[in-house]
Ligand binder design. Sequence first.
Ligand code: HEC
Length: 108
Amino acid sequence: MRKLFGIGILALGIVAFSVPAMAADGAAVYKAKCAPCHGADGQGTAMAPAFKGSAWVASTDDAEIGTVITAGREGAAKKYKQFAMGMPKQKLNDDEVKAVIAHIKAMK
Ligand code: HEC
């Protein structure tokens, strides 16, 4: 019984330590790759739309948002005419895309 308890604690410890090490840091990805155009807090800039308070971000599923991030949205695909440039496609792995989507969805 005691031994089992010990193994349980050990397993919990492994999970607790390995999860943060493996998961991409959405805030760090955002700061490095998105903040210059979309604003440090997702408030938007003269170059790109806001995520904060965005009905589109709140109501769109992750797969579609992920496509905008990895494929970009430029030229004829552009949605906002007030921004001179489009959304350049981003080189991110699946974990980074997932983490950055969670980060922008949390900007309210
Ligand atoms: C060089 C500037 C630039 C960078 C860097 C950039 N974006 Fe964008 N992004 C834009 C512009 C401009 C648009 C609007 C495109 C349009 O007119 O449809 C946009 C649109 C978007 C949209 C769609 C928003 C909407 O309301 O339809 C998402 C989601 C998005 N960007 C996510 C990101 C993420 C995540 C990153 C970082 C990994 C990032 N962008 C980096 C310029 C940028």
